[in-house]
Design a binder for this molecule. Structure first.
Ligand code: FES
Length: 590
């Protein structure tokens, strides 16, 4: 690509043609304020907070959508640029409720931070906006359009990244509001509840439905036995709530904090991630046997993973015909809940009605998943409350815990024991890699060499990835796979899921097994993770997760001794009667 040389605030910079002035300025350490712009999605250029002076131009230019030109001279801090940007922020503040102290984003609001940086202490214009009711219609998300600044980041992420298009601007001019296409509340709209909108909202207009008070109430109740599970992705992101760099692993401190908050047992969703690999792996092998040996034309292949509740919602709304291709395995969160109130209750001698299961998840859709009617295999609601990573950060702060000074502690057994294969569930490609580690060893009876544990083609942030594996020297039980090449695919972000679903629906691809994660990057980029998740942040979290995996003594799900024990003591065999009752389910068209 040809390059372009220009001057920004008297500094010369050379960048590829097509670069925005905003990005060129970053290269020379000039920070131009922004609000509607967000990395990875297109900017509408609507907020006018990034205006700069370009020599020869008749008006100030929005730097987030204006591209560089050879010999361009840009000034970012002239009086007219400063005054115009200040006016843009003042106009936004004039239509914003001044209730910062009682706002969920207080201290973490981009509008508040801009006002502070610009020295704005009063607003010259009257508040004219009419109050509208707050939308609390979903179990996962709250929309308070009184606080919306019409930046359209939520619209862009919902349409461009997720391909769902649930949110859109409605009406025009002063009457513009961001709403669902139908005008209904979110609970009535086609929304997968992934929470990506809440992760990019710069203010307190969209956020997760808070379970913090309910969790405090359970912890304060002496008649309750409160157990907590933490998803694989939490440990590589929670530190960011306390000022750590993205990619800092804080597993030990997280466990210590949860104990000090009063949880009776600190367990790990990683345990049921390992169990998922066993159940899902055997389900795949049985489907392959039906297709290849029994020549059963009715068997649904390829099989899709089913860990991600936003992806399940997407299938139910957009591809109900492919639902038979979905693994019947519940997600690791829900497997954990069902086992906590059956297997663990019996082992610990606690009445399951007194057990409260709290999950810490990177995902707002998990709040929806736990109240689905299918999720009561234990005879109770299997998971009682879901906290996002952000909410756990808040809970720890409310608990007065000095997080960074905590010692490292370990999870409780048995449901806190796990392998490196479970760690990598956190990122795109991880479930596939974990499954292939186990399937290979089960089918061939041979141990994978340590340097063969990573399946490089399914790693990384490319939207749709493929790999294949040819079986050889199979053990007698799986000899029908001799010479068979299994083709797998991995997609993350629902617009990529759409591409793979279209291929499958039209009979293309020749896939046997497909991993889909709803959010970009997988769970490490979930809608409930600390905000400002860019690709750089995703890469740092993924690197940390692989580092965790590589440091583990056990790295394959079938080598987890606690998993072996639960089959011996309670479940019987993978896919057996008890497993089916507690760990599997079916979904329906919406
Ligand atoms: Fe450039 Fe909003 S950030 S116009």
């Amino acid at each position: 690509m040809p390059s372009v040389t220009l001057t920004i605030d008297r500094q010369t910079v050379t960048v590829p043609a097509g670069t925005t002035i905003l990005d060129a300025a970053k290269k020379v350490g000039v920070v131009i304020p922004t609000l509607c712009q967000f990395p990875g999605v297109s900017s509408p250029g609507s907020c006018r907070v990034c205006l700069v002076e370009v020599q020869g131009a008749r008006t100030l230019q929005p730097s987030c959508v204006s591209t560089v030109a050879e010999g361009m001279v840009v000034r970012t801090n002239t009086k007219s640029a400063r005054d115009s940007r200040r006016l843009s922020v003042e106009l936004l503040l004039a239509n914003h409720p001044w209730d910062c102290n009682a706002c969920v984003r207080n201290g973490e609001c981009e509008l508040q931070a801009l006002a502070q940086d610009m020295g704005i202490t009063e607003v010259r214009f009257p508040y004219t906006k009419e109050k509208v009711p707050v939308d609390t219609s979903t179990p996962a998300l709250i929309r308070d359009m009184n606080k919306c600044i019409l930046c359209r980041r939520c619209v862009a992420v919902c349409q461009e990244v997720q391909g769902v298009g649930s949110l859109a601007p409605r009406a025009r001019g002063f009457d513009t509001v961001i709403g669902t296409g139908s005008g209904d509340e979110l609970g009535e709209a086609v929304c997968v509840q992934c929470g990506q909108c809440s992760a990019v909202c710069p203010v307190g207009a969209i956020y997760e439905k808070d379970a913090i008070e309910a969790v405090w109430a359970a912890l304060d109740d002496p008649t309750k036995h409160v157990v907590v599970q933490t998803a694989p992705a939490i440990r590589a992101a929670l530190g960011e709530c306390f000022g750590c760099k993205p990619g800092t692993v804080v597993t030990g401190k997280m466990v210590a904090a949860l104990r000090r908050l009063g949880f009776d047992k600190v367990f790990d969703t990683n345990f049921t991630a390992d169990l998922t690999i066993i159940e899902e792996g055997y389900e795949l092998l049985r489907r392959l046997k039906k297709a290849l040996v029994d020549k059963d034309a009715g068997v649904s292949l390829p099989m899709f993973t089913s860990c991600s509740p936003g992806w399940i919602n997407y299938m139910e709304y957009f591809y109900p015909k492919l639902l038979p291709n979905l693994s019947t395995c519940k997600s690791p969160q829900q497997m954990f809940g069902a086992l906590a109130k059956t297997y663990y209750a019996k082992k610990a001698g606690v009445d399951p009605k007194d057990i409260v299961v709290v999950s810490v998840m990177p995902c707002t859709a998990k709040k929806y998943e736990c109240v689905r009617p299918e999720m009561n295999g234990s005879g109770f609601q299997d998971v009682d409350y879901v906290l996002t990573t952000r909410e756990l950060g808040q809970l720890i702060k409310e608990g007065g815990i000095d997080f960074l000074s905590l010692p490292d502690e370990e999870q409780d057994i048995p449901m806190g024991m796990s392998t490196g294969a479970a760690d990598i569930f956190a990122n795109t490609g991880g479930v596939m890699e974990a499954a292939l580690r186990t399937v290979y060893e089960v089918v061939t009876g041979r141990e994978l060499p340590t340097d063969g544990l990573h399946v490089v083609p399914v790693q990384g942030l490319e939207g749709l990835k493929e790999a294949s594996l040819t079986f050889s020297e199979c053990v007698p039980e799986w000899s029908f796979l001799e010479g068979v090449t299994a083709k797998v695919a991995v997609a993350h972000g629902l617009s990529n899921a759409h591409k793979v679903c279209e291929r499958v629906a039209s009979g293309e691809g020749g896939y046997h097994f497909i991993e889909v994660m709803c959010c970009p990057g997988g769970c490490i980029g979930g809608g409930g993770q600390p905000r400002s998740t860019t690709d750089e942040v995703r890469k740092a979290r993924i690197a940390a997760i692989y580092h965790e995996d590589e440091g583990r003594p056990l790295r394959k799900s079938h080598t987890n001794p606690a998993v072996t024990e639960i089959y011996e003591e309670f479940l019987g065999e993978p896919g057996g009667h008890t497993s089916h009752k507690l760990l599997h389910t079916h979904y329906h068209s919406k």
